[in-house]
Design a binder for this molecule. Sequence first.
Ligand code: KMT
Ligand code: NI
Length: 174
Amino acid sequence: MRAYYYKEDGSDMCSPHDSGLSVSEQDLSRVGVLYYQIDVDYGLDRIDEICEERNYKSRDIVRINREEMQELDAKLDIFFSEHFHEDEEIRLILDGCGYFDLRSSADKWIRILVQKGDLLILPAGIYHRFTTTEDKRIVAMRLFKENPKWIAINRSENPVHNQFRNDYVGQYLS
Ligand code: KMT
Ligand code: NI
């Protein structure tokens, strides 16, 4: 995992956009983002433990690559539209790399490069987006508290009065 401020340089979303300004794990925790490093080759005991502690009851695996995912580019465009969810977004990277971008407290983009063994937990209500690195290949385990809450609430639709967003703002941005 490496986190840094995103540089708007006009390049493709899948290129690094690296400003060189690093963001620490502590900075991430201040906007409610948690990070764990998991030895995924060693087995899933540690992940089972975290699921127990944090009440994650279901999981699946998503494989993003041109061969296995239909309309890959269209899907990536959807993942890259700024949104929030009414539940945590929990991803354990099993192979490949990707970028999670999330909003800082000053509403700037922070880019998080994730790779194998990274477990990232985004809180409910945080604005974020996702893309792969340039090779467009990643395998990730998606974990959920109960049943998956897939609904993405897009910022472009100017959502107001959402309890989950308001709770997030109250807890982390006020
Ligand atoms: C999401 O919600 O953006 C995704 O599931 C993207 C793939 S997870 C690496
Ligand atoms: Ni999301």
